[in-house]
Design a binder for this molecule. Sequence first.
Ligand SMILES: Nc1ncnc2c1ncn2[C@@H]1O[C@H](COP(=O)(O)OP(=O)(O)OP(=O)(O)O)[C@@H](O)[C@H]1O
Length: 249
Amino acid sequence: MSIVLEARGLTKEFKGFVAVNDVDLKVEKGTIHALIGPNGAGKTTFFNLLTKFLQPTRGTIHYEGRDITRLPPAQIARLGMVRSFQISAVFPDLTVLQNVRVALQRKRGESFDFWRSEKSLTRFDDAARERIEEVGLSEFVHHRAAELSYGRKRALEIAATLALEPEMLLLDEPMAGMAQEDIERISALIKRVAKNRTILMVEHNLSVVANLSDRITVLARGEVLAEGDYDEVSKSPEVIEAYIGAGYD
Ligand SMILES: Nc1ncnc2c1ncn2[C@@H]1O[C@H](COP(=O)(O)OP(=O)(O)OP(=O)(O)O)[C@@H](O)[C@H]1O
């Protein structure tokens, strides 16, 4: 078993309130790992710690065996761990193709000049089209991002994220605000992009979690309550109680 991301004793206190309390987590390479838990469980805080949007009060984070606890998010992205939607890569007035080109250009570390000639950008076209194909948006290459449905916009965000060539993707509630039809499309997309990558996601939609995840960590009151596959965690009396206690059916 090869561990790609590991948190040890991760703790975050806000003025004495412990939002994440001594959490250990191991994410195995090549898996889809979900973080779930009732409202206020600490999922977002934990996710923000892992993606370096927050600094932990205590504990460490290792990525590919390297201590990344004190590294800034941009540096971690360069190491191959990318938080989707962090880059706000989608410009509404640019087409699908132009959006992914911009992301590819960023990956090369070039600054993005809006006045740069079309011609100098077209060298990214083939790579951009590949990413677009991977997320199933080929027939929309020349559509402006603003014209896309919500689900397709999310697919475009994932394409832009893939342009950064991540080995590990962190997804923050990929299904939030989605209609059922989009949920199915994005689930299939996540499965597809997970083939040669590792994915960690926070997700509220439990049927999506059941369908996609190899492993699930359940947080409650800032601590790990249970861990396992969907069958295991959904049968855990502690998990059922935590969800019912938080007002879920
Ligand atoms: N910046 C902050 N300052 C103080 N308390 C905070 C801060 N951020 C989060 N908290 C508290 O930490 C606890 C965990 O919040 P968090 O948002 O991580 O939970 P969550 O599991 O993501 O919840 P939800 O499912 O509702 O999004 C909550 O009680 C919240 O009020």
